[in-house]
Design a protein around this ligand. Structure first.
Ligand code: ATP
Ligand code: MG
Length: 397
């Protein structure tokens, strides 16, 4: 087993496409790191450079204490599971899992033991004699994992291994993959564009956007303390609400001017965002997660008035879309920082509204309908603040 370290890794394809820029990542021995980000941000390229399937333009990749930049894939001691895992259709499950061991000329008895052990862990014991066409999608996926596991590689590399599965199976396999990974303790790099998958599988999550790493942290920290507007809106569903507000000094504290309304910043929020105190008179981008908005329990200076535009009942809770009176939505440049687009021109559609619509996740028993005007309470300590020009969180770090 081994740790994997990427240092200043870059990839520029021959046609000039810059797929990975200045990537620094470390996966500790036995840990699982998920790289997540929108389509085209460079995830697969990064993984393929670790695998040895793609040349590294600059920087170094270490596996254990070896620099592997110039090593062939077969010399790197890695095993891969891809989205389009190809099993041999004419071989049984046993034969498929056994195949890499035969290639490696492992003695027959040792092979048999390893195949059966992997099959047991993967719940495939009763299917060893079947052939892939006789298996469900999830079972096939587990055979592909079995084939990777028996090689006992130093590192697993997985590129969207669940994306061919239906929603229910994905959820089940998500749990199984993290259990299997923990059981075998193999250092794993796992790539997905699905933020829920990333949050549930990863010990640590690396968020990428547009070839660059945005933040690496444990999942809860990514959610609770996003480093910038992009991470804030990429992780979480529905995404964090974002709008513009002016900072003002109030008696002994700090407040926000949200259009015609005023909102106090509480002590917890001030402590978490120290630069806010010096921004009186300036605009900031304010964020609040849908589940931290409610209809009760908040003092008057922690409420926003608005009109319900739409109400979606989801059963467990309902989502109220509320146009906050007089508020300011993000401008085009800020929207491009927050959203999955690189160019401010692309976001016109998103931000044509000048008033901000916030989504509140509410108790479904609260009766509510479109057209109604309501007051939504802002949960204690729930506000986030970002620099309107750079999109960086105002954490003072
Ligand atoms: N062989 C190639 N030649 C030129 N450009 C490439 C090549 N392969 C990928 N790219 C480009 O590099 C960028 C990163 O691609 P990559 O496949 O790493 O993205 P990804 O994050 O895995 O996306 P997805 O979620 O869609 O799989 C994209 O802009 C892509 O078009
Ligand atoms: Mg990819």
């Amino acid at each position: 087993m081994a740790e994997v370290v990427l240092t200043d890794v870059e990839k520029v394809y021959p046609d000039g496409t810059r797929a990975v820029t200045d990537l620094n990542l470390r996966i500790d021995d036995g840990h699982l790191l998920v790289v997540v980000g929108p389509s085209g941000c460079g995830k697969t390229t990064a993984l393929r450079m670790v695998a040895g399937l793609e040349e590294i333009t600059s920087g170094t990749v270490h596996i254990g204490d070896r620099v592997v930049n110039k090593l062939e894939p077969g010399e790197r001691d890695v095993a891969m599971v891809f989205q389009n895992y190809a099993l041999y259709p004419h071989m049984t499950v046993y034969g498929n899992i056994n195949f890499p061991l035969r290639l490696a000329r492992v003695p027959k008895e040792a092979r048999d033991r390893k195949v059966r052990e992997a099959a047991r862990v993967l719940g495939l014991e009763n299917h060893l004699k079947r052939k892939p066409p006789q298996l469900s999608g999830g079972q096939r996926q587990r055979v592909a994992m079995g084939r990777a596991i028996v090689r006992e590689p130093a590192v697993f590399l997985m590129d969207e291994p669940l994306s061919n599965l239906d929603a229910k199976l994905r959820v089940q396999m998500r749990a199984e993959i993290s259990a299997i990974q923990r059981r075998f303790g193999v250092t794993t790099l796992y790539v997905t564009h699905d933020q829920v998958e990333a949050m549930t599988i990863g010990d640590r999550v690396a968020v990428m956007r547009n070839s660059r790493l945005q933040q690496v942290d444990d999942p809860q920290t990514i959610y609770d303390r996003p480093a910038n507007l992009f991470v804030a809106s990429f992780v979480g569903s529905p995404p964090m609400n974002l709008f513009r507000a002016a900072v003002e000094r109030t008696g002994d504290g700090i407040g926000l001017v949200v259009g015609e309304q005023r909102l106090d910043v509480d002590e917890q929020e001030l402590a978490a965002h120290p630069p806010l105190g010096s921004r009186a008179g300036a605009m900031v981008v304010v964020g609040v997660r849908p589940e931290r908005l409610g209809t009760s329990d908040a003092p008057p200076q922690r409420r926003l008035r608005g009109g319900v535009v739409l109400c979606e009942a989801l059963g467990s809770d309902s989502l109220a879309y509320v146009m906050v009176k007089g508020s300011l939505a993000l401008d085009d440049a800020q929207s491009s920082l927050a959203n999955d687009v690189e160019d401010a021109a692309e976001v016109e559609e998103l931000s044509r509204e000048t008033q901000a619509t916030v989504i509140a996740r509410l108790d479904p028993r609260i009766p509510m309908s479109a057209g109604e005007s309501i007051e939504i309470g802002v949960g204690a300590g729930s506000l986030y603040f970002f620099d309107p020009d750079t999109g960086l969180a105002l954490t003072g770090e």
